[in-house]
Design a protein around this ligand. Sequence first.
Ligand code: AMP
Length: 306
Amino acid sequence: MRIVLLGAPGSGKGTQAQRLQARHGVPQVSSGDLLRDAVARGTELGLKAKAVMEAGQLVSDDIVLGLIRDRLSRPDAAKGFILDGFPRNRDQANALSALLNAIGQPLDAVLLLDVRRETLMQRLAGRRICPKCGTVYNVHSLNGVTTCARDGTELYQRPDDKEDVIAKRLEVYEKQTQPLIDHYSKLGLLRVVAGEGEFEAVFERMEAAALTKPVPAAAVRVSAAPVSTKKTVATKKKTVSTKTQPKKSRTAAKSAKRKATSKPAKRAVARKGARKVAAKRASTTAAPKKRSVKTASRSKSARRKK
Ligand code: AMP
């Protein structure tokens, strides 16, 4: 399974990717997680990315590409990957395509999680995350609980999930990432998945879309072999008349068949005979005519001699 998850922030790419990873054993490769990890570790790269991320803008292509290249070269990605949040613009899509071609691992599909804007806003503004295990919650379903149900850790809100930053991130998505829908559609890789509704139902749709192998147009063939109707009908008649009918009607059928076959045969013989007779008559009537022409000319010259 080598797929890209495309979709606006808050469309559920991360949670769906985690579930696909658990079910199919292929790693989720999230550019956002890789960047957040670099920020948390305080690396040089992380320090560069931090301010850009908090402003809801895109981190430079070079930085993100470097992270993705490293991650995909790890052994667990050899059996496949679920790219989440990458690529986010055309240049990244082209760089990804070059990278995957170089390692002989082209994409199987690009899944677009389709979610309405108002749902995105609601999900992002209410999102709370466990910093320990990464489980994602929403304040609307937490009913005042502020800790993780799995490990009791206090949940936190991502700095870029504040309302003013959310608006910026959605704007960046529309301008820079949305054109990839057209890009992957033209490459025949895009599959659109309805991203609203029960989590399990969305997951089932995602999984089905991820596992369906596309059939290349060149491999689709419609059989153009002509159907021989005469032969089929004759065989069918034979089978029905001799085996599937009771004895009485079988005899009747046989005699009917004999009649049917003998009449044309008789007619054919009669026609042949008629043709022969006609030909004989034609030859016998033509000869006297010729002779009579000759006789006529001889008798003329004989008369002149006289
Ligand atoms: P995400 O967790 O995917 O919503 O990403 C969080 C933030 O990380 C984004 O708002 C960007 O600032 C940055 N980021 C994640 N992925 C990329 C990417 N492919 N290219 C540039 N910036 C990215």
